[in-house]
Each structure stands twice: as structure tokens, then as C-alpha cells.
Ligand binder design. Structure first.
Ligand code: FMN
Length: 348
């Protein structure tokens, strides 16, 4: 195990390692098993396929979100600024990474709202931090700082448990989420960070009145792998048995859809392209979320940001969603969802 190191150094290491070989090359990708029904006679026009949808009272041009990545360092700040401008340009939602570090350093990220005035902008705070003293006040500051449309509370026990610097006491996190739901000034979204929310956890959250979740399943950014690499050499041996822990993204979406309450489901965790996003919508997700892929598109291996690369990546991604609708014979996302509900036999 390594000694505790400064937060900024750790966050930079996470960014560098998340850009590398995750998902793990030797593991089969769980979304490859999902086949969309090809239609050779589509009653549709590719150039007018409509994939717009609405969320949090705002119109999205595509059922897509860039989910929260990091915060509290100058590098994270720059990345979030590029992501905000790109998300606003493409009309997709944006989540920002944990706001704890920036708020505790009294640094505002208000510029993100200015860069992204038209889209849902989602704040972010950790569940374990919410449960700590002053957690609710911190969460309200996170919302106020960026005029968030919703606040994401991340629950990430795997990621925290394998970090020497992590939060290891998870007592009271569920109660803190419930208190946040009852007192904060905007809707709450609960998310994992790549190991997935199980049916049981989603069921508990739904019974507490949570209406939006990001299942953030296994298949993409793998925090056991990231930490094993960051803490080498001894940690690889320690964490090796945990590389495969978690819930594959398709199972997490199916599980969440089986929960009796109506839920807005975001699917993230290894979505590689627009076809994967459509596979998730097919399984019952409302929108798809991307993190690692957007980071790799934006920042190269030398840490240089390429705005145009991110722009191309998002354009292709959105076009791929349109293509997959066309090739399943659907003119709109509404039709595609209807077809999926019938074929998959779920209610949303
Ligand atoms: C570098 C990096 C930092 C992240 N930081 C956060 C965070 O601060 N808060 C959070 O809720 N999720 C965080 N995530 C998790 C993502 O939002 C997402 O749920 C997860 O990476 C799965 O998506 P992916 O496979 O497309 O990367 C982070 C992901 C990456 C890659």
C-alpha cells in the first residue's frame, strides 16, 4: 500500500490512469452481447431522425450526458470548462466532478454555468462526505455555486475502500441522502462511479423517494485497476481479486428498470460510441452517460486539450445514435423506446 498523498497529486494520477487501458482489454465488453433488431425496410429518413428529449425542464438534442469527472485542481477546472462549452454546443447534459475540494478551497466554478447556460448542469458531491458533519451545507453550496439543475451524490464504496486516502466509514450515508432529498433546493441524482448500482440499492433509493439514478455499471473506467496501477507494486496483488467486482452495465440497467417506482435512468460505465448508447436506451435507460471516452477525446497523452477532437467525437457519437435508430426502423427516440419496451417487456 502507498502512503497518503496530496489530493491534487492523486486526482492528476486518476486522470492520467483513467485515460489509459480501461476498460481492461482482456475482459469481454458487456455491451457487445446486446444486439439491436436490424430492419431492412425502415419507414424512416436518416437525415430527419429526431433524437431530442427533455430532462429537468430543458431540451436535450440527444439522449446523452457527459458525467462528472474530477474537480478541485487547475487541470480539472480547465477540463470542465472545455466539457461545458462542448456539451452546450451539442445540446447534451453535463455533470461536473466532485465539488468538495474546490468548495473547501473557497474556489467558485460559476463560470461553468456561463459556459453552459442552455443545458442541464449537474453538481456533484460524495455520499460519504454528505454524511459527514457539515455535509448538507456543503451540498447546498455545490448547488448554489453553479446554479445546478440537479445534484449528483456519488456512492463509491469500492473506490473509497481501495484508496488509503478514501472514506472508509459508510454508516449513515443512506440517511444523509434521504435528508438531502428532503432539504436541498434542487432534485437529487444518485450515481455510482463504475461498479454499478444493484437492483437492491436502486430499490432502497427509490423507496426513499429518489427519482433519478446513474447506474454507472462495470465495463468502463475500473477504479480497482486505476488504484492498482497508482499504488504499485504491492497494491496490484492486493486488489487483483477485486478487478471484476461490480455489476455489468446491461445488468444494472435491467435491474433498475425492474424496480417498481418510475425512475429516470442514466446509463454510464463503458459506453464506447453511439451504438452502445442506443443499446443502453434499448435496455431501458433514459439517457446514456460518458466519462472516460470524453476525457480521452479531449486530452491527449501529454495533457494537451483538443477542443476539435472532442467536438468530432461528440458529433460522431450523436450521428451513431441516429444511425442505430434508422437501422432499427425508427424515426424518433419515442418510437425506439416504444419498440424497446414491447421487445424487452418493461414499463417505464
Ligand atoms: C477521471 C475520472 C474522474 C471521475 N470523477 C468523478 C467524480 O468526481 N464524481 C463522480 O460522481 N464520478 C466521477 N467519475 C465517474 C464517472 O462519472 C462515470 O460514472 C464512470 O467513469 C463510468 O463511466 P465511463 O466508463 O464512461 O468512464 C470519474 C470518472 C473519471 C474517468
Amino acid at each position: 500500500m502507498i502512503d497518503k498523498i496530496p489530493a491534487a497529486t492523486r486526482k492528476n494520477a486518476h486522470l492520467d490512469l483513467a485515460k489509459k487501458a480501461v476498460p481492461l482489454d482482456h475482459m469481454p465488453h458487456p455491451l457487445d452481447a446486446i444486439t439491436l433488431p436490424y430492419c431492412a425496410l425502415p419507414e424512416a429518413n436518416l437525415s430527419t431522425i429526431n433524437i431530442s428529449t427533455s430532462w429537468l425542464g430543458k431540451q436535450l438534442q440527444a439522449p446523452l450526458m457527459i458525467t462528472g469527472m474530477t474537480g478541485g485542481t487547475s487541470r480539472a477546472r480547465k477540463l470542465n470548462q472545455f466539457l461545458a462549452a462542448a456539451a452546450n454546443k451539442h445540446g447534451i447534459a453535463l455533470g461536473i466532478g466532485s465539488q468538495r475540494a474546490s468548495l473547501q478551497a473557497s474556489e467558485s466554478q460559476a463560470e461553468l454555468r456561463q459556459l453552459a447556460p442552455d443545458i442541464p448542469l449537474i453538481g456533484n458531491i460524495g455520499g460519504a462526505q454528505l454524511a459527514a458533519e457539515g455535509g448538507l451545507a456543503l451540498a447546498q453550496c455545490a448547488i448554489d455555486d453553479i446554479h445546478a439543475d440537479a445534484l449528483a451524490i456519488h456512492i463509491n464504496p469500492l473506490q473509497e475502500a481501495i484508496q488509503p486516502e478514501g472514506d472508509h466509514d459508510w454508516h449513515g450515508v443512506r440517511a444523509a441522502i434521504l435528508a438531502a432529498k428532503q432539504t436541498l433546493s434542487c432534485p437529487i441524482l444518485v450515481k455510482e462511479v463504475g461498479a454499478g448500482l444493484s437492483f437492491d440499492v436502486v430499490d432502497m433509493l427509490a423507496s426513499d423517494g429518489i427519482e433519478m439514478i446513474d447506474v454507472a455499471g462495470k465495463g468502463g473506467t475500473n477504479w480497482a485497476a486505476v488504484e492498482a496501477a497508482r499504488q504499485t507494486p504491492n497494491a496490484s496483488q492486493l486488489y487483483e481479486p477485486f478487478l471484476d467486482i461490480g455489476i455489468d452495465l446491461p445488468d444494472a440497467i435491467r435491474g433498475a428498470r425492474q424496480v417498481g417506482e418510475p425512475l429516470f435512468i442514466i446509463a454510464s460505465g463503458g459506453i464506447r460510441h453511439g451504438m452502445d448508447a442506443s443499446r443502453c436506451l434499448w435496455l431501458g435507460a433514459d439517457i446514456a452517460g460518458i466519462a472516460g471516452g470524453a476525457l480521452r477525446a479531449l486530452e491527449d497523452e501529454n495533457g494537451v486539450c483538443h477542443e476539435s477532437r472532442l467536438d468530432d467525437y461528440l458529433s460522431d457519437f450523436i450521428q451513431q445514435i441516429k444511425l442505430s435508430l434508422f437501422l432499427t426502423g425508427n424515426q424518433s427516440i419515442t418510437n425506439f423506446r416504444k419498440m424497446a419496451r414491447i421487445c424487452q417487456n418493461y414499463v417505464d
